[in-house]
Design a protein. Structure first.
Lengths: 288, 301, 301, 288
């Protein structure tokens, strides 16, 4: 018995599903500075049953002041490690960025449905905007492992902020970078880069994660080209266990934390608020 | 066979969504209605917008969860839009409201009464009128005043939802009845409870304490319904820990005319309403009962 | 490393047997001491013999049991023989007593004080002095009177064991402190709760209602300890749902100086005391704490 | 889903151990009049895991007014049936005797440790006094099935009250009857009958159930003849799940409902109250 694994001993009478819903306080094993504003945090993790994260799933991260959702950006079931990749955008993420290796965080999850990665032999276009590359990275690695052919469009505002382009290139994906300012690769928005690509190349499947203002037009283009796929959404989250209703989307009522965060193209067409608005903590609508 | 009636409002079945669970948007309320609920209760909302507490707002405990969402609400004006979109053809719509004093309760109730079939008063929130941290529902007089003010303001039936965290729930139930409540909803979440992380010593919920819900609280909820059934003559809606049809039967026997389901949606999804409906129907067919009404209070003998 | 001190009484570890669980005979109390408990609390006993309620006196619920044993007791004269046989070399012996009024409490306490290290007052039994069915521990004044009477009658330290089934536990805790209690034990069983058989409609317990205990009540027990720690300055004994060392740590952080274990013996047997002792020792070795005392109240920051 | 099995559906979220601890209300399938004062009640029972009763275990029987322990006297795992055998001695047992087939009772359990029945090839002496034959009957059938050689001493006050002598004879046990009034078999107490037997016949193991005033001297005789074995005890029971402490015995503190009701000869020597006293519902000692 050691203190960390002791903690799970302490939970051993909760049923499995319940145990997942209590933050496990664990040490940050490694921190990787990915870009000036983005860091990856690696943790040791017991890989059993529902505890094993899959690409597209997320965890709730507790810094003892607040708790927020973060996608799983890195999964090594064999080594018993997973990672999250965090962009500094406000108080919580700033606090995470101030942490050092060995510091502790509470983690519960993984939650949500995740991407379909059984895409053997399929030509897949994976598109990530900004820190939206986090789940795209774990997706791409898993899809490649399952013998999909993956092209990645890796978009950022500027060269320094490109995330995981090298990592995925090294894994065998073809990576198209694209920056708003043209500092690396295509100059312009991911939307345009993708349009160019799909007009010249055949794809069987697309996987998209990024700001909804990016995903909305992308969805239009991909649909127009009859490329089905999956889209990962974000909404303000409280419980992450499907009870509070905070993350439900119009008109279907689906919970981003349970039925999502990944939705098929067909499902996306039913989510009328997609790309239009989301809701704040109080429940008020905020238009993009 | 499952058809029943609550305070004059017809229900296709006695299963309702509990307040605060998937109840923030018309879209999720409609989903629950389509999943087979006879009625839905909205998340409690107030006059003005409120962000609620910081996360963590929920954590699992043995047999359920504790939560301190902190009554987040977009305010009545924004919430009216949601209520307008609830599909009242599919089932009944009930607004759960809260406020700091009787006037606020009455104001919010008046704003929405045309949009709903009933109003449920969440009198379990901390109140502003006295200095200490108790809640309206822990004080018979304040409960009376709130129910009374709302009853004078609206024509739709009014349910008073009470907290179990009192020395004597019958006393509060009788107060609410005397003030004119058309029915009672029992129970709001229990405790509160708390959970402390043993590695860091931090209480896990940002608010430290949170109300307990889920299967673990069922015995206490059933007892509260049983007590209130003996103490009052108005219909009771039972809530707390229901996860299957047998739990529903237990609440009906204890004296509930209808029931609400909240936390178990976490384990079972919205499909829980359809599943329990059909199991309950089968139970009644195999039993000597002819209707839900027959079963109400059967445990009192 | 686990050694600690409660109201001046030295304990080899902070684990105690809770009242009413395997506490009716010297033989089972000694077995628990041999299994590693630092102290044992007897089943609550009274002046005169009492059969308690008819069976069923216990039934399982989600995360625990509900029980209505009904304070069966052979009476103080017979129970003195048991107390004489408790092996106080192995650990501390605490008598839990109950009565209908302050005089009865004081009488019973006086009869046994020479045989025990401490006395715990079970003020959660229905009282005879007023007409209604509440209990002494639900009334600050009655609690004060009972504690006060016993404090005047005996010299050993006195713990007041309180019920969580009140609107405001801090109020009762402060009353007990003001009356001179040396410490508080929190909590007695929760609710009460009830379970109704769905085939026959019978409440399962012969008494219909019963106090809830076991892992499901832990969040509420921890919160009561946390509240009482803020409200009073006397040591607290935490009890409710403890099943492993992590639960003990949670109670210590909440403010308990020692803990009691009851229902989990049903799942784990008396060996639970030895197992938790050694797990707790390991936890402390791996932590930055030097002693139990260091951990008490660590969750308050 | 039918109403009875529906009831267990209703319990399906309790963990197994917890579910056992809620009375299952089921119909009496069959009632057998064994003697003028003794009836056997047969129930259908789901035979899975800890739910399967073994000889020597008991169940708690709820008649909706009171709840009392009764040994399992009959077990058919294959047919999914078990039975209890009840002697009319007071209000509760009288009420049971007034019931008809199809009436309902609540049953929880099985509880307790039960007898060791792995006695292949051993020469076993099984001794039952009065309704103490109930667990002896299920023991004997199981031990015979496991190829033990079983002699049964079946004792009663009078011929009409002999229980299960025919049943066990039919199963292949050698049955010695013994009645206080000599109306059948040996005239006198079981103690004397057994003494006679063990002086002339070799036994490797004994199994005993009956009034403690009978078991106490038997224990002396069997020990004197170095015949080890197991003894089934009764104490007033409330919870039957090992928490209330009502059934604990001096000096060891063992719980009859959990560590018992069956104890080995060695254990019996540590139970100082054996054959001397038991405790009433209030906890007062009552001497035999
Ligand atoms: C399923 C999911 C996966 C996510 N994965 C990642 C990831 O891999 N990497 C990453 O950097 N970010 C991720 N996010 C976003 C991340 O949760 C927010 O950036 C973070 O909460 C911001 O908190 P803050 O205090 O730093 O900033 P704030 O200034 O508080 O918020 C900035 C924005 O973050 C969003 N946000 C704030 N709180 C929450 C909350 N409780 N739930 C959801 N969104 C919130 C809001 O849109 C807000 O406008 C994910 C969000 C979701 C829903
Ligand atoms: C492990 C065990 C197995 C038993 N197996 C059988 C059996 O197979 N067949 C059978 O006929 N009887 C059995 N008994 C005894 C049976 O429980 C009592 O005969 C019954 O409880 C009497 O209840 P009553 O109301 O009819 O009589 P009462 O007049 O109430 O009691 C008669 C005697 O029964 C005993 N008794 C009463 N209540 C209890 C109780 N709650 N727990 C234990 N003993 C009690 C007391 O010694 C009492 O003096 C068993 C008892 C135990 C402990
Ligand atoms: C996440 C959550 C939020 C809740 N919010 C409210 C609320 O806004 N108003 C209210 O009256 N009850 C609220 N409740 C209490 C529930 O309506 C219900 O009374 C309680 O949870 C017990 O039922 P359950 O065990 O089926 O969940 C909430 C419960 C949960 C779990
Ligand atoms: C069967 C049983 C009998 C009890 N009897 C008493 C009692 O006599 N006096 C008392 O103060 N508490 C009594 N209690 C309450 C326990 O001492 C304890 O406060 C409660 O069960 C919570 O702890 P647990 O969850 O560890 O059991 C009893 C509890 C049980 C389960
Ligand atoms: S965050 Fe609560 S339901 Fe999704
Ligand atoms: S009957 Fe309760 S411990 Fe055995």
């Amino acid at each position: 018995m050691v203190i960390n694994d002791g903690h799970s001993v302490g939970l051993s009478f909760l049923r499995f599903g319940d145990r997942m819903n209590v933050p496990q306080v664990i040490e940050i094993k490694k921190i990787i500075e990915e870009t000036p504003t983005i860091k990856t945090f690696i943790f040791d993790w017991t890989m059993v049953g529902e505890n094993i994260p899959t690409p597209g799933q997320f965890v709730m991260v507790w810094n003892f002041k607040d708790e927020k959702p973060m996608s799983v950006s890195y999964i090594d079931v064999h080594k018993g490690e997973f990672g999250i990749t965090v962009k500094k955008v406000g108080p919580f993420t700033e606090d995470l960025h101030s942490l050092k290796e060995g510091d502790k965080l509470g983690i519960r999850g993984p939650y949500g449905n995740g991407f379909d990665t059984n895409l053997k032999g399929m030509r897949v276009l994976a598109i990530g905007g900004g820190v939206g590359m986090a789940p795209i990275a774990s997706f791409t690695e898993e899809a490649l492992r399952k013998k999909a052919i993956v092209d990645v469009v890796c978009a950022a505002q500027t060269k320094d902020e490109l995330l995981f382009d090298e990592r995925l290139k090294a894994r065998g994906a073809k990576v198209y970078t694209c920056t708003d300012d043209g500092s690396c690769g295509f100059k312009g928005f991911a939307t345009h880069r993708v349009l160019q690509l799909i007009e010249h190349k055949e794809y069987d499947w697309a996987v998209v994660c990024g700001p909804e203002v990016m995903m909305r037009p992308l969805y239009g283009s991909l649909e127009a080209h009859m490329i089905e796929g999956e889209y990962s959404m974000e909404r303000y989250m409280k419980c992450a266990i499907g009870v509070c209703g905070q993350c439900c989307v119009d008109k279907t009522g689906w919970r981003i934390c349970a039925e999502g965060p990944v939705f098929s193209s067909d499902q996306v067409s039913e989510i009328v608020e997609f790309g239009k608005f989301h809701r704040t903590a109080s429940g008020l609508k905020e238009y993009f | 066979m499952l058809k029943t009636n609550l305070c004059g409002v017809r229900l296709k079945n006695p299963l309702m969504l509990a307040a605060g669970v998937l109840g923030s948007h018309a879209s999720s309320l409609n989903w629950i209605l389509e999943s087979g609920a006879g009625a839905v209760v909205s998340k409690s909302f107030s006059k003005d917008p409120n962000d609620g507490y910081k996360n963590p707002t929920t954590v699992a405990v043995e047999g359920g969860i504790i939560n301190a969402i902190g009554l987040s609400s977009p305010g009545v004006e924004a919430f009216k839009e949601e209520l307008e979109d609830v599909n009242r053809v599919k089932g009944r719509s009930i607004a759960s409201i809260y406020g700091a004093n009787p006037e606020e309760f009455a104001y919010v109730a008046g704003k929405v009464e045309d949009l709903v079939d009933m109003i449920e008063l969440n009198v379990s929130c901390p109140h502003a009128m006295e200095g200490y941290g108790a809640s309206i529902g822990q004080n018979p007089k304040l409960t009376y005043d709130v129910v009374n003010a709302v009853k004078e303001a609206v024509d739709v039936p009014v349910l008073a939802k009470l907290t179990p965290n009192v020395t004597d729930i019958s006393e509060i139930a009788v107060s609410a009845e005397n003030a004119g409540a058309d029915g009672l909803t029992l129970i709001n979440s229990l405790g509160p409870g708390m959970k402390i992380d043993i590695v860091t010593g931090n209480p896990i919920l940002a608010n430290k304490f949170g109300g307990m819900s889920g299967p673990a609280i069922k015995p206490i909820a059933v007892r509260c319904v049983y007590d209130a059934y003996e103490a009052t003559d108005i219909p009771i809606v039972g809530v707390g820990g229901i996860r299957n049809y047998a739990d529903v039967v237990e609440f009906l026997y204890a004296g509930a005319s209808a029931v609400q389901i909240g936390t178990s949606i976490m384990y079972e999804g919205p499909e829980i309403f359809g599943r329990i409906s059909s199991d309950l129907e089968e139970f009644i067919e195999d039993s000597e009962f002819d209707s839900i009404k027959d079963m109400v209070g059967f445990g009192h003998k």
